[in-house]
Write a protein that binds this ligand. Structure first.
Ligand code: KG4
Ligand code: ZN
Length: 339
């Protein structure tokens, strides 16, 4: 069975083809021009998806040695994400499905990340604990099966990736902040880091990052009276202290959940899962609890259509049927599964 996956929820246009579980193509075109605006501009993102989607589909078919008629299932991200961007991929998928007379499967972007570990050779086993950390979401989930996902905790303010991006800007590193903060933090030789406080939450599995972001802002204002005056030599220490605080909070909640729920694996997913120090910390915790640790290769951490094709395939195998009334949705509230 040849499954087409389409992902256009934000600033990556991605098209993938999965044939009976084997990934034939996963093309990702990142819209780098947003960098000069300091963040993703929704309208520009939609237009770029429109321009990129057909060339990417052609290239994916060529790479897979398939014709368009040989596609058996058309899946695309329905949400959450930027509504205009989502509509490009979703509407394109509906049109293709109708013209080829092949089933259409809308896929939730977060579910894509949650099951992205299955794209690896080293696969998770149900039930597993999953930490999804991306630019828009931070979720700690108990994944019991393909169709049973329980939300243990979420962020009460900013998402983890959003905090990386905001702090990146705040200390003059530009957008996106995540990879740049990791790079700067790696240069920090000091062991005595700045103690940035992290807010407590009512639900023990929830997260809060906005106080941490404010603490960094206050520090920069107090010590340097503005980001323009930060000494270059101090940036690694600020980056490392912030990153350390984020990882400590994420790891603390993961560890608590591992103590309270019987699971077989721990999965780390989403764009922030690319962070080396976070990967190392959760790998260390998994060893401590004798847990299988699965984290996707970098190609599958950020937004990609391979995870959408995989999820579309599983939903189809589970007997799920969808019609063309299925609409794009901007927030996780539109998700029908995660409770
Ligand atoms: O999942 P993703 O590609 O898009 C969303 O669905 O949001 O995640 C993007 C986020 C951005 O906030 C980016 O700064 C962050 O992932 N990110 C990182 C790293 N690489 C990307 N954060 C920390 N460390 C990294 N190495
Ligand atoms: Zn994502």
């Amino acid at each position: 069975m040849n499954i087409l996956g389409i992902e256009t929820s934000c600033d990556e246009t991605s098209v993938a083809i999965l044939s009976d579980g084997e990934l034939k193509a996963n093309l990702i075109s990142s819209q780098d021009f947003h960098v000069k605006y300091g963040g993703v501009v929704p309208e520009l993102s939609s237009r770029a998806h429109l321009q990129l989607i057909i060339p990417l589909l052609k290239e994916a078919l060529e790479k897979s040695h398939l014709t368009i008629e040989q596609l058996d299932l058309i899946s695309a991200t329905a949400g959450p994400g930027l509504i205009g961007a989502l509509l490009v991929g979703l509407t394109f998928a509906k049109g293709l499905s109708f013209s080829l007379n092949k089933p259409f499967v809308p896929v939730d972007h977060i579910e894509g990340h949650i099951f992205s570990g299955f794209l690896m050779q080293w696969k998770p086993q149900f039930p597993y604990l999953c930490l999804v950390v991306s630019g828009g979401h931070t979720l700690l989930l108990l994944v019991k099966s393909d169709l049973e996902i329980i939300k243990l905790g979420t962020t009460i303010d900013d998402a983890a990736g959003e905090a990386f991006d905001k702090v990146g800007k705040l200390i003059g590193l530009g957008y996106p902040g995540g990879p740049k903060i990791q790079e700067e933090a790696a240069k920090c030789s000091s062991r005595d880091l700045i103690n940035f406080p992290v807010a407590k939450t009512q639900n023990e599995y929830d997260f809060s990052f906005s106080g941490l972001k404010t603490a960094v802002l206050r520090f920069v204002q107090k010590e340097y009276s503005g980001k323009e005056n930060i000494k270059e030599a101090d940036i690694p220490k600020i980056a490392a202290s912030f990153q350390n605080a984020v990882i400590k909070l994420l790891a603390k909640n993961v560890e608590k959940a591992l103590q309270n729920f019987k699971v077989d694996s721990l999965v780390l997913a989403g764009g922030v899962a690319a962070n080396k120090d976070l990967r190392n910390e959760l790998s260390f915790i998994s060893d401590k609890y004798k847990m299988k640790f699965v984290v996707p290769d970098l190609e599958f951490c950020g937004d990609n259509a391979a995870m959408i094709a995989y999820r579309g395939w599983k939903l189809h195998l589970a007997g799920k049927k969808f019609n063309y009334d299925y609409n794009a949705y901007p927030s996780l509230a539109g998700n029908k599964l995660i409770r």
